[in-house]
Design a protein around this ligand. Structure first.
Ligand code: HGY
Ligand code: MN
Ligand code: MN
Length: 427
């Protein structure tokens, strides 16, 4: 591959956006879908993609695609790579943007090397992967693939009570057209996502890059506990119906239930808890508790959730409160395409292979097209927090790997006209 000027390194591209969406209160970044910060990133992505000769085409669901045209077989299923630009509240700099930026850098290097794809090649930035604004992760890829019913998606609301329909319309989309896009989905032949590792697998294996094997089943539930608001100083204990007490039991029960099922890799987390009205000298009238539960076994996830809800229910009954539970999202287990994984191993050599508990758009697409992932070492192992990190040289190893994979999958240098598949039409 050609030598790369600093201008096209991942580190330089990350620096170019490092000021966008900084969260002064929480630290890290808050770049939620269709907010000013995320819109700024979309515009930056579109500019950079156009600058490297790609045709930028936003789809009807808020995802942004950048296509490498023309190519000898324009109608062949495309090789697609990319990730997302949105973040969790107070998130790190790499989760999402590393995959999008690495894809752009890989395309720039392929073009600079004189490579010509035998089939379309695209870079995509999916919308609302974190579910940080509307509560459902991978919303853009779920809408594209029909993994979520459009009507229920459009009725999702953000913290201000604005619906996705209203926010999307303000962003220039046509809510009535949002939903499955079979034509676009049919254009995708294979999807490869590069992502910062969310864990310490690579640090312990001392390798800068790994292949993804699977994503654990995982979901989100909202426990809504209703009591009676009152004065913190005058309400007698015997008269209280304080929803914060069952909420506290839910938090502790999450850890206990996960620990009891830790042999199945169970994890249960309450990262978000919203008392209303939220006065420090008032008993809350209602508390919403969001439970995130995951495990290698979907039945174990459901078991953990049942235990947490039972504990919160018992406490709510004792406290004279009402508990309602709402399932907000569910992601089945993903096993990445073994043929594609073998192909990527053939291209990159025997890299470590990692399972993950973190969800990705590649997990949603995997139900429709061969999908694979590349992980870049994160020396802290931490993610969804400002301490998330990847060293510049490891990011370059990631781009190098992605560039080689794209070059192989997308076909020839134009000399031999090979179509890039493994010869048997598979990947
Ligand atoms: O929550 C997840 O696993 C992903 O980061 N959206
Ligand atoms: Mn991510
Ligand atoms: Mn994430």
């Amino acid at each position: 591959m050609t030598a790369v000027s600093d201008a096209a390194t991942v580190a330089s591209r990350l620096r170019a956006i490092e000021g966008v969406g900084r969260d002064r209160r929480r630290g890290g970044y808050s770049r939620h879908v269709f907010t000013t910060a995320e819109r700024e990133l979309r515009e930056w992505f579109a500019e950079r993609a156009a600058a490297c000769g790609l045709d930028v085409e936003p789809d009807g669901n808020g995802n942004v695609w950048a296509w490498w045209h023309p190519c000898p077989r324009g109608d062949a299923p495309a090789v697609v790579t990319g990730s997302h630009l949105d973040s969790v509240p107070g998130g790190g700099a790499f989760d999402g943007p590393l995959g999008v930026i690495s894809a752009l850098c890989a395309v720039e290097r392929l073009r600079a090397s004189g490579f010509r794809p035998a089939r379309p090649l695209a870079v995509v930035a999916f919308a609302e992967e974190e579910g940080g604004r509307f509560g459902v992760p991978c919303l853009g890829s779920r809408l594209l693939t029909g993994a979520i019913e459009p009507g229920s998606a459009l009725r999702l609301t953000d913290g201000d009570g604005d619906t996705l329909a209203d926010v999307a319309a303000r962003a220039g989309l046509r809510p009535e057209r949002m939903g499955p896009d079979a034509d676009l989905l049919a254009r995708i032949g294979v999807f490869v996502e590069l992502h910062v590792e969310q864990g310490r697998g690579l640090v312990d294996l001392d390798s800068p890059v790994a292949l993804g094997t699977s994503i654990d089943p995982h979901g989100r539930w909202r426990l809504s506990i209703t009591g009676r608001g009152d004065h913190a100083g005058s309400a007698a204990l015997a008269d209280r119906r304080d929803p914060m007490v069952p909420a506290a039991h839910a938090v502790v029960a999450a850890r206990q239930a996960a620990r009891a099922a830790s042999h199945d890799g169970a994890r249960a987390t309450v990262g978000r808890l919203e008392p209303s009205p939220g006065g420090s000298n008032a008993i809350a009238s209602r508390v919403d508790v969001w439970l995130d539960a995951r495990s290698a076994d979907g039945n174990v996830v459901r078991q953990v959730v049942a235990e947490v809800c039972a504990a919160a229910g018992r406490s709510a009954e004792q406290e004279g409160c009402e508990l309602e539970v709402f399932a907000e999202s569910w992601s089945e287990a993903t096993r990445f395409d073994p043929l594609l994984r073998a192909r990527m191993r053939g291209i990159l050599g025997d890299l470590p292979e990692l399972a993950t508990g973190a969800g990705h758009d590649a997990g949603v697409l995997a139900a429709h097209v061969p999908a694979g992932m590349l992980y870049v070492r994160n020396p802290t192992g931490i993610s969804h927090a400002p301490a998330e990190h990847a060293e510049p040289e490891d990011c370059e190893s990631g781009v190098e790997a992605l560039t080689r994979v794209l070059s192989e999958l997308a076909g020839s240098t134009g000399a031999d006209g090979a179509d890039g598949t493994g010869g048997n039409g598979s990947w």
